[in-house]
Design a protein around this ligand. Structure first.
Ligand code: HEC
Ligand code: HEC
Length: 470
């Protein structure tokens, strides 16, 4: 299943959509109709059976602490308890886990998965080989290869490739999934792009720093953001399956298509689709363009699951324990640009400020509770984590199937935190300047771009100074 990060196909993910036919409806009427529409993809990859679909009831209710639960706060929810999330490019924990032994003293023999931030970072950075289950088709040997700038967990310039084709109005993935792995352990099984695949896109690696705070945003908060958006720019909230919670539905927020809702699900997906390592959550080895190259063939010596799932939890906890990206220097020019960014309407999608759920809240379909370190925090991701059609869609829906075709032209609002550390922008990494990225905004962002274009050159410079501070 080549669904790296689950964009498409398969099993894991997105199986229900809240499709918003926003155009032409007033905000109120849309808000009232905003119950998620249920859609379950069929298809050979969908190996999960999903019986009932309910929105994850992630209200702000704090449940009583249970024995063994992590740092459940007995405090009642109150605005007064919200604190700014810690930010920094400094390889330090946000408090989710202890910092642990000095990073440089950890090696393969002394590492203890899940013990500390530094242990989990070591595992995130570890280079895997064939004996560990790497491949047979893969994209890189370590999570860090694609998530490193400025520190481990940041974004990078590495892009991956997805392809498929349109048959009538149906999107059909390349055999074995739309993700084309660009490396293999054996030249015979290297994936060449099929000539008939006319739909093709690059997707650059995204930032993971601060991901634990994003995971701790309640569903209701994302839905409230959506419902408050003017009809013309209203986003789509996608319900996806949380793999570690028996595929319980939750609003997606990770990846260019918001194709995952939990760090653990994304980590399992990435381990399989970027590195070719199977785990209990995703046990079927990737193919080479549909050809079985897994255990039992000459190409894969390791039985599935190749990892017992501990690495996946270590990746997830590493990401959850990272600090949010920090702002650069803020001066008068930056502050003026901030005001303009919001007054022309950029902030309608690139939402500046979001609050996380209270410590103790059950999230991820009940799989975990929000720990103190990520609960009741104020973050500034400059995203609504919803899907929008701004005319840049890559033509590949979140899953194959007619009911998902509406997601083909949509992408998640790119979170702008850490923007100053990226120079290949947009999902394909093919806009090299802020100016180019803004000029590609059309579709739902047309009116906002027009308002931006009407600014004076001095005002635009202020907006750019603001963007350069993120
Ligand atoms: C070959 C490069 C590559 C490697 C290796 C890689 N990733 Fe990624 N990662 C990406 C790309 C590209 C995306 C965006 C994919 C998309 O949405 O289609 C991404 C997105 C993510 C996201 C979503 C973050 C967000 O909000 O957008 C998470 C979480 C993630 N990766 C975790 C991991 C973990 C854990 C590993 C190691 C098991 C890993 N990645 C290995 C390239 C990589
Ligand atoms: C209707 C929602 C919407 C509005 C309004 C909007 N954006 Fe975006 N923005 C997006 C989406 C969606 C993407 C990702 C598009 C893609 O990758 O193809 C994006 C991407 C970007 C990026 C690239 C970030 C990166 O890391 O690659 C920048 C910069 C950006 N927007 C700035 C702005 C500015 C400045 C404004 C106001 C003039 C604005 N946006 C208005 C939805 C919006």
């Amino acid at each position: 299943m080549n669904v790296h990060h689950r964009g498409l196909a398969t099993a894991a993910i997105a199986y229900a959509l809240t499709v918003l036919a926003a155009i032409g409806l007033s905000s109120n009427s849309v808000a009232q109709q905003a119950a998620p529409q249920q859609a379950i993809p069929s298809g050979e990859f969908h190996h999960f059976s999903i019986s009932t679909l309910k929105l994850d009831p992630e209200t702000a209710t704090v449940e009583a602490p249970t024995a063994g639960a992590q740092t459940v706060s007995p405090e009642p929810i109150s605005r007064a308890t919200f604190r700014e999330a810690p930010a920094g490019f400094d390889n330090r924990t946000n408090g989710f886990d202890a910092q642990g032994p000095a990073f440089d003293t950890i090696d393969e023999d002394t590492v203890v998965p899940l013990r500390s931030f530094n242990d989990n970072r070591f595992i995130f950075e570890e280079v895997e080989g064939v004996a560990d289950g790497l491949g047979p088709t893969f994209n890189a040997q370590s999570c860090r290869e694609c998530h490193q700038n400025i520190v481990t967990g940041g974004a990078s310039q590495v892009a991956e490739h997805r392809t498929g084709r349109l048959e009538l109005t149906q999107f059909v993935e390349s055999a074995g999934g739309s993700l084309i792995q660009s490396r293999s352990t054996n030249a015979e099984i290297f994936e060449q792009v099929p000539f008939e695949d006319s739909v093709s896109t690059l997707r650059v690696s995204t930032n993971l720093l601060g991901g634990g705070f994003v995971e701790a945003i309640p569903n209701d908060t994302l839905l409230a953001i959506r419902n408050a958006q003017p009809a013309a720019i209203r986003g789509t909230a996608l319900e996806v399956a949380v793999l570690e919670a028996n595929n319980a539905p939750r609003i997606g927020r990770f990846g260019w298509k918001s194709q995952h809702a939990s760090m653990e699900s994304f980590a399992a997906d990435a381990y399989l689709n970027e590195m070719g390592i199977t785990t209990p959550l995703l046990q079927n080895e990737n193919t080479s363009l549909g050809r079985n190259v897994g255990f039992g063939t000459p190409f894969d010596p390791v039985a599935d699951p190749e990892d017992d799932g501990v690495d996946v939890r270590a990746f997830a906890n590493f990401m959850r324990a990272t600090k949010a990206p920090p702002r650069g220097p803020i001066n008068a020019q930056v502050r003026a640009g901030d005001v303009l960014f919001n007054s022309v309407g950029c902030g309608g999608c690139h939402v500046a400020t979001i609050r996380t759920a209270a410590p103790g809240t059950r999230i991820n379909g009940g799989a975990i509770r929000v720990r103190d370190a990520v609960g009741n925090k104020i973050i500034h991701p400059y995203s609504d984590f919803l899907l929008h059609d701004i005319g840049t869609g890559d033509g590949i829906p979140v899953l194959p199937g007619a009911q998902f075709l509406s997601t083909a032209p949509q992408l998640r609002t790119a979170p702008l935190w850490a923007l100053r550390t990226r120079n290949r922008l947009m999902h394909d990494g093919l806009s090299f300047t802020k100016q180019e990225a803004i000029s590609r905004h059309a579709g739902q962002a047309t009116a906002v771009r027009t308002a931006f274009n009407a600014l004076t050159p001095a005002q635009k410079d202020q907006v750019f100074a603001f963007l350069d501070s993120l």
